[in-house]
Write a protein that binds this ligand. Structure first.
Ligand SMILES: Nc1ncnc2c1ncn2[C@@H]1O[C@H](COP(=O)(O)OP(=O)(O)OP(=O)(O)O)[C@@H](O)[C@H]1O
Length: 271
């Protein structure tokens, strides 16, 4: 479903340059769930943003569902080739969707949740008003919300409910790949568990694939079957999530796991 090959991103500014992603390759099969883990600054979000089309790659390819979707800066023909005929939206808008840690940024503060979903459906599908309204109800139900929430604006929802809305909005366009970038990190533990269960159910029902970016190895264990570990933009270990987390081969992965606070952990005193 998703094949990433030799992906590289170099950020350059005022005579400086920084290799944020360094020849990353991995594959995610249909209905699979792959974690991208690594410490802060290791390049996780940059990879996610390139796949979602929010950032251009310096080199390498991204293939989703058999179609190459990588567009380098200035590569207009690649972008044109991906244009769908629905409202001028690119095909990538539909096949890959992304949910962020803070859904506030992607929600219009003045728009009621139902109206926002309806607007998205209008952009991407040719549905009658009745069919559209039924689809809005279905989407809300799919994420554990109801028609009551359709009448609310983002600020009147809890953090967990807002994240459910963000997931409903992503699902509205029927993507093949959903990128979840620290999507449950800001939620408290019980709400986090509910959203993780919801994501597991949606994957089982729809066969959607997840690319799960997280620094939380406990969450990664629950929601993914395969895992890549990044260190300074490069993949240092890849395999099944249980193998990587239970029997890490690479010293960096071992150090990453050892850094997770264990029961009885106490903050070290400053000297
Ligand atoms: N627009 C940019 N310009 C310059 N450098 C950038 C830019 N975006 C990211 N970087 C750098 O690229 C590196 C990787 O950043 P990225 O956000 O992908 O890391 P991350 O693993 O997602 O980190 P975190 O877990 O803290 O979100 C970092 O060193 C960051 O400073």
């Amino acid at each position: 479903m998703l094949e990433v090959d030799g992906l590289t991103k170099v950020f350059a500014w005022r005579g400086h340059s920084h290799v944020a992603v360094d020849g990353v390759s991995f594959a995610l099969h249909a209905g699979g769930s792959l974690a991208v883990v690594g410490e802060s600054g290791s390049g996780k979000t940059t990879i996610a943003r390139i796949i979602a089309g929010l950032e251009t790659a310096t080199s390498g390819t991204v293939v989703v569902d058999g179609r190459t979707i990588t567009a380098k800066a200035g590569d207009v023909s690649a972008r044109r080739g991906l244009r769908g005929n629905r409202g001028g939206r690119s095909e990538r808008d539909r096949v890959v969707q992304m949910v962020f840690q803070d859904p506030f940024g992607s929600l219009d503060p003045r728009q009621r949740i139902g109206a926002g979903l309806s607007e998205l459906l209008t952009i991407h599908f040719d549905l009658s008003r009745t069919a559209r309204s039924a689809r809005v109800s279905d989407l809300l139900q799919q994420v554990g919300l109801d028609d009551r929430h359709a009448q609310m604006v983002p600020r009147t929802l809890s953090g967990g409910q807002r994240q459910r809305v963000a997931i409903a909005r992503a699902l509205a366009v029927e993507p093949k790949v959903l990128i979840l970038d620290e999507a449950v990190s800001a939620l408290d533990v019980s709400v986090q568990a509910q959203v993780l269960n919801l994501l597991a159910d949606i994957r089982a029902e729809t066969g959607i694939s997840y690319l799960f970016v997280s620094h939380d190895l406990g969450v990664v264990r629950q929601i993914t079957d395969t895992c890549i570990v990044l260190n300074r933009g490069a993949v240092v270990e890849a395999g099944s999530t249980s193998q990587v987390l239970d029997d890490p081969r690479d010293p960096y992965t071992q150090a990453l796991l050892e850094a997770v606070p264990k029961p009885g952990w106490r903050p070290r005193r400053r000297t």
